[in-house]
Every structure is written in structure tokens, then in C-alpha cells.
Design a protein around this ligand. Structure first.
Ligand SMILES: *Cc1c(COP(=O)(O)O)cnc(C)c1O
Length: 365
């Protein structure tokens, strides 16, 4: 039985009757950049996250950059993030001229190791950027206490955490501001590029609204040098339709994850990551550890089962950052990288498909 890693076509088929007219409305109105559909989505997404504001932007990386810019973080400043994330978590820090300072992850949950954050704080540190990796929130209580003690901002990289929760709060409403990505493969994905920022801060919201539109407060009056990070009207319409389904899709993902966990927990070939009972995981990715990962991935591929690797090379060992860090600097991230395997995960996955994947992980040699 073939099992795709992700099936965007299945999702589109299920909502085509809502998506097509919503996109056509934008085309009929010709409100192609920002506009009413984007404003509608911003309101709905802010409400969903429990945040006062949402500012829709071009993509998740720019969302992080705009948050940093709006807080005046740049040259000479340091921002702490984690070694085992998608490259963009650190890249966004570099792109505003600041210095990413990496911290290792914990072996049991792959999230930032909060016991190692304080040692990374210097006089130059301005913010902590925890990543809710794979869709599980980082330990935000510990991070918030550290941030208060050292007067630092907390910026959530919630690019994988649409609808995730932490102790009764939604991701996006835990730190000072949060960045979301609406890249097509995310739990809430546009039909192209998209991103969003949530915050409860009125002044920062005003700044980001200016920054995303060439620093304009009024038409052709540029108060600051900004960027062009406007979300497309069509993407606003798509996201507004899809947001209404997000809870149901996340619930389906959690059902699949529970079955994976039940079927894999006694499999000696597979190590599961810990999921914390005080958090709501959205299972953006279902990642396990296996020895001989590349051989296992090939074996599954030969059976028609597609998998992914998130991520094969930790940030500190990327060529783009050559000369800054060394092998051995973040031993847990380095230990995990060659063992990580992301199993098929999307709402429309069937129970039979989950069983098929687990069956094929039984006899590895
Ligand atoms: C997807 C992602 C980003 C970047 O989002 P884009 O929309 O691709 O720019 C940043 N951080 C994490 C953790 C991500 O998964």
C-alpha cells in the first residue's frame, strides 16, 4: 500500500467547493495584495490564537525578521535560538544583522534545552527565539522566567505550531510576539507563500504593519525604510477558508500520532520523542529516531512509503555558517540528526496506512 508523506491534493479535494469560490471572489474584486480577504484572515487568526493582533506577511522567515526589526534588534545584538531547527530560525536573525547564538536541544523531546539557555546569555543578548519544533511547544514557563530575569524578549518561532498549546495557551500567544509560516506543507498552508505575526502589543503591531509595506504609514509617505512583505489577497482568502478546518485537521493528526505511538512503543528499532502532557501537540511532523536511518528510509521507499528528514544537518554545521561553530559544539543535535526520520503525517492519512508504516518498521536488518 503506497503511503505518501503528505497529500495536499486529498486536502484540496475535500475543500475545493469552498476554496474555489473564495479565490474567485478575490480575482473578481482584483484585491490582489492585502485587501479585505487578508484583513478577514488576520482577525480570524488572531482570535484563534487568543492574540490581540495578527499581521499577515509574505512568509515565515520574514515574519521573524519583521518582529526583530520592529523591536530594533540588529547589528551588535544577539538572539538565542536552537541548533536543531529549520535553517530559517537562525537565518532570519542573521538577515537583520544580528548574531544567532545557538543552544543545544534535549534528547528526550528534541526541543531547546532550557537548562543551557542561561549560559548563552551575554550583555548583547536581546531576545530568546524558542522553536516549537515539530509542533510541540518549547518549555515556555522556564524561558519566560529566564527572559524576565535578564530583560529579554521572547519571540516564538511558531512556524510549525498552528493550533499547538502550552498550559492552556495557544502557540502565538505565549511570548512577546510569534512568527507563523503558511508555507503549503504546514498545518495551515497557503496556496503559495505566506506568513503571519501574532502579538498583543499595539505599538509593535503598528510598526510591523508599516514595515511590511515599505515603511508607509500613509500612502507614499514613508516613515521608515521597510520591506515588501504584503500577503497576497488570494492567500488571505485560502487561509481564511482553511483556518475553519484547522482544529479538525489537527485532531485527525493527533489520532494518527496516538496510533503510531501505540504501535511503535514496543518496537526496539524505534525511539519515540517525549510528548508533554501539559502541551497540545499539533503533530506538524511525526518524527522518530532509528539506527541506520538511511537504510530504513530506503527500505520504506521501496515499499512505497515516503518519509522525510527534519533536519539532516544541524544549523551550526551548515556551510552558510562555516567557521562560526565546530563539530561537537552541540552534541545532542549532532547525535539526533543522523537518526531522525519523519513518518507520513497529514489529516487524510488512514488507519491502514499508519499500520502499514508501523508494520514495515518491525523487521529491520
Ligand atoms: C517553515 C519554517 C520557517 C520559515 O517559514 P517560511 O514560510 O518557509 O519562510 C521558520 N522556522 C521554522 C521552524 C519552520 O518550520
Amino acid at each position: 500500500m503506497p503511503v505518501p508523506f503528505l497529500d495536499l491534493k486529498a486536502q484540496y479535494r475535500s475543500i475545493k467547493h469552498e476554496i474555489d469560490p473564495a479565490m474567485q471572489d478575490v480575482i473578481d474584486s482584483c484585491a490582489f495584495a492585502l485587501g479585505p480577504a487578508v484583513e478577514r484572515f488576520e482577525k480570524a487568526f488572531a482570535e484563534y490564537c487568543g492574540s490581540k493582533h495578527c499581521i499577515a506577511v509574505g512568509n515565515g522567515t520574514s515574519a521573524i525578521e519583521l518582529i526583530l526589526m520592529a523591536h530594533g534588534i540588529g547589528q551588535g545584538d544577539e538572539v538565542i535560538t536552537v541548533a536543531n531547527s529549520f535553517f530559517a530560525s537562525a537565518e532570519a536573525i542573521s538577515l537583520v544583522g544580528a548574531t544567532p547564538v545557538l543552544v543545544d536541544c534535549s534528547e528526550d523531546d528534541a526541543l531547546i534545552d532550557t537548562t543551557k539557555i542561561e549560559a548563552a546569555i551575554t550583555q548583547k543578548t536581546k531576545a530568546i527565539l524558542p522553536v516549537h519544533l515539530y509542533g510541540q511547544c518549547a518549555d515556555m514557563d522556564v524561558i519566560t522566567i529566564l527572559a524576565k530575569k535578564h530583560k529579554l524578549l521572547v519571540i516564538e518561532d511558531a512556524c510549525q505550531a498552528h493550533g499547538s498549546g502550552y498550559k492552556g495557551k495557544r502557540a502565538g500567544n505565549i511570548g512577546d510576539a510569534a512568527a507563523f509560516s503558511f508555507y503549503p506543507g504546514k498545518n495551515l498552508g497557503a496556496y503559495g507563500e505566506g506568513g503571519g505575526i501574532t502579538t498583543n502589543d499595539d505599538a509593535i503591531t503598528k510598526k510591523i504593519r508599516m514595515l511590511r509595506d515599505h515603511g508607509m504609514a500613509e500612502k507614499y509617505k514613508h516613515a521608515v525604510v521597510g520591506r515588501n512583505e504584503r500577503l497576497d489577497g488570494i492567500q488571505g482568502a485560502v487561509l481564511d477558508v482553511k483556518l475553519k478546518h484547522l482544529e479538525a485537521w489537527n485532531t485527525a493528526r493527533r489520532t494518527h500520532a496516538a496510533l503510531y505511538q501505540a504501535l511503535l512503543k514496543n518496537n526496539p528499532n524505534v525511539t519515540l520523542f517525549q510528548t508533554h502532557p501539559d502541551r497540545i501537540h499539533n503533530y506538524h511532523l511525526f518524527v522518530v529516531r532509528v539506527k541506520n536511518r538511511d537504510a530504513v528510509q530506503t527500505k520504506l521507499k521501496d515499499k512505497g512509503i515516503q518519509t522525510g528528514i527534519h533536519y539532516p544537518i544541524p544549523i551550526h554545521l551548515q556551510e552558510a555558517y562555516a567557521g562560526i561553530w565546530n563539530t561537537g559544539d552541540f552534541p545532542v543535535a549532532e547525535k539526533l540528526a543522523p537518526e531522525l526520520l519523519s513518518l507520513p503525517m497529514f489529516a487524510e492519512l488512514t488507519e491502514e496506512q499508519v499500520r502499514e508504516v508501523c508494520e514495515n518498521l518491525k523487521h529491520l536488518s
